[in-house]
Design a protein around this ligand. Structure first.
Ligand code: SAH
Length: 345
């Protein structure tokens, strides 16, 4: 695979252009084109420079190969990478803006029992440019139709962002850079299964994104049943790291809790959550399990999910049930990619 030009920050691009012996303003032309999601071959620069770049760099590192559109405006994409790997993403319209969910890895090695992304293990990390290009490709597609592009980003697609820390951090820098597409860290949410040392590193990185933790259980033993990472870091350690994140960034953190029937959704579980989280500057986001056909775990009904939320609220927690979007086009949390790979092999 060739290198990826979108991995570079603007100043790195300037250095590259200088190394090529080209005039400095070419860097700006190139950067503007890249940030519009253009292929290198479609950017208006001298053909000699274009040719040199194309020898070393991928023309189109991330290509949309399939789009599914839901009645509620949600769009799901399959992207192909230069080496033929497939990843997926989702674009959702909210009142406050348009949120794109990006993947950070091809597959995942965290092994959570309810998650489809982890079924085939980790294939490889995405580079920062490949993460950025998911946003750029969607922006470009929308601008063709004169539609508003991405205003918010969530790192909640396939992969564990903190297991690909350096590339994720570089992506966060590049996507929020002034002069680029400029999505502020405040409009970005990073979701992690809880790799504790990396939460501290993220807190110290000076990019105050919203931190979201996949909790899904109230005890370490219970959590370890569905999330192998729980054997490495305890809930207490995760909460301590969240406290540090709050002190450093002033950002309230969020817990994701995917409701699984007979596993984590009883009155005792609600009481456990209240005991664990009461008084903390946090919010609980309840997710209805997307049933994965390869797994046997079962979802709760809407009514049961709202009843669980009400118990948390009554106990003094701030909690909401996440609105289910794009239900008519199916395939959440890695399921689209999994079904694509299955039917194309
Ligand atoms: N690796 C990151 C991002 C994962 S996806 C993390 O672990 O946080 C975002 C959220 O969806 C996580 O909370 C994840 O646990 C949850 N999730 C994964 N598969 C799911 C499924 N089938 N149903 C409901 N939630 C799921």
């Amino acid at each position: 695979m060739k290198k990826i030009l979108q991995d570079l920050s603007f100043s790195e691009l300037e250095n590259l252009i200088e190394e090529y012996g080209e005039k400095k303003f070419r860097a700006q032309q190139l950067y503007t084109g890249l940030m519009q999601g253009k292929k290198i071959s479609a950017i208006n620069i001298p053909s000699l420079l274009r040719g040199k770049l194309l020898e070393e760099y991928e023309d189109e590192p991330v290509k949309i190969i399939k789009t599914l559109t839901s009645a509620d405006g949600t769009e799901k994409y399959l992207f192909s990478l230069a080496d033929g790997n497939i990843i997926e993403g989702v674009f959702m319209k909210y009142k406050y803006g348009n949120t794109q969910c990006v993947s950070t890895q091809v597959g995942c090695r965290m092994g959570c029992k309810f998650c489809a992304s982890t079924l085939g293990g980790l294939v490889r990390n995405l580079t920062s440019g490949e993460i950025l290009c998911q946003v750029l490709a969607v922006n470009a597609l929308r601008s063709e139709g004169n539609k508003r592009g991405v205003t918010n980003v969530v790192l909640m697609g396939s992969g564990e962002p903190l297991d690909n820390f350096d590339n994720t951090l570089k992506f966060l820098k590049n996507v929020s850079a002034e002069g680029g597409i400029g999505i502020s860290p405040r409009n970005i949410s990073l979701s992690t299964c809880g790799i504790v040392p990396k939460i501290y590193e993220l807190a110290d990185a000076g990019l105050p994104v919203n931190l979201t933790i996949s909790l899904h259980q109230t005890t370490d033993e219970g959590r370890a049943r569905t999330m192998p990472i729980a054997k490495k870091y305890s809930i207490a350690e995760v909460l301590k790291a969240c406290g540090y994140y709050f002190d450093k960034t002033g950002r309230r953190y969020i817990f994701e809790y995917s409701l699984i029937d007979g596993e984590n959704a009883s009155k005792e579980n609600a009481d456990g959550l209240i005991k664990l989280l009461k008084g903390k500057p946090c919010h609980v986001n309840l997710i209805r399990l997307n049933e994965v056909k390869e797994r046997t775990l079962k979802a709760l009904s809407d009514k049961q999910a709202y009843a669980f939320a009400a118990m948390l609220e009554k106990g003094g927690l701030s909690a909401t049930v996440r609105r289910s979007m794009g239900a008519d086009i199916g395939g959440a949390c890695g399921q689209l990619r999994a079904s694509f790979i299955e039917t194309n092999n």
